[in-house]
Design a protein around this ligand. Structure first.
Ligand SMILES: Cc1cc2nc3c(=O)[nH]c(=O)nc-3n(C[C@H](O)[C@H](O)[C@H](O)COP(=O)(O)O)c2cc1C
Length: 203
């Protein structure tokens, strides 16, 4: 059976992490429901030097390597009637990547002002895997408390914090290290993921 996941992209810098996760999930034949927050669209446009108009489609087609993003379903963040707003819609899990401190606060408090936050809230209440990939530095006490609250509620906090023991040579190497850990956490391990103690793949 095809695995189904929700991917949320918020307004933290590092849209590329989200795009590479979409690529990795597509490569594993997963069905993806993509939600981009309003600020996620603006920051994606800035980070990747793409027009803001139609950015969700552009991200999906970037992930699909320029071809039709067949298994990526796009949802408007204001569409609270979307299937992913309900726990009765079966998904394996959700990743918010990158995850802003604002969305982290929403997850920690259960205050859902858009579809992305609602989907994360539903993922928690259904006790499905929710991976949050924060990107902020330095972290305030408020950020840290929200991360702890989200973790205590069941989320997995997986910071965009690549290691260097695999001798990265490119930005993609650094990004993919984080994406491989997200894939592991979602339970869809990549066959060629770099792992300590194995040869792993290079590049
Ligand atoms: C260029 C740019 C980069 C940003 N980077 C970050 C970031 O790395 N982490 C973060 O928490 N917020 C960052 N922000 C601020 C968020 O976009 C802002 O808090 C926004 O309200 C998040 O909304 P969202 O979580 O609904 O996407 C950035 C804003 C801009 C304009």
């Amino acid at each position: 059976m095809t695995e189904r996941f929700i991917v949320g992209i918020t307004g933290a810098s590092g849209t590329i992490y989200g795009v590479r996760l979409l690529q990795a999930l597509l490569a594993c034949s997963c069905e993806i429901h993509l939600i981009v927050s309003d600020m996620g669209a603006k920051v994606a446009s800035h980070d990747l030097c793409l027009p803001e108009e139609g950015i969700e489609n552009a991200l999906a087609s970037l992930a699909a390597g320029g071809s039709a993003p067949g298994r990526i379903m796009l949802h408007n963040n204001r569409d609270m009637f979307a299937p992913v707003a309900s726990g009765s819609f079966q998904v394996r899990g959700m990743a918010v990547i990158p995850c802003s401190m604002k969305t982290m606060a929403a997850v920690a408090s259960g205050y859902t002002s858009g579809l992305l936050e609602r989907a994360a809230d539903v993922t928690l209440k259904e006790r499905r895997t929710l991976v949050l990939v924060p990107r902020e530095t330095p972290l305030s006490r408020v950020h840290l408390k929200n991360m702890l609250a989200a973790q205590e509620a069941g989320a997995i906090i997986l910071p965009a914090s690549p290691a260097f023991y695999h001798h990265p040579e490119t930005v993609d190497d650094l990004v993919d290290f984080v994406v491989e850990r997200v894939m592991d956490t979602l339970g869809v391990p990549m066959p060629r993921a770099r792992r300590w103690g194995t040869q792993g793949r290079k590049g």
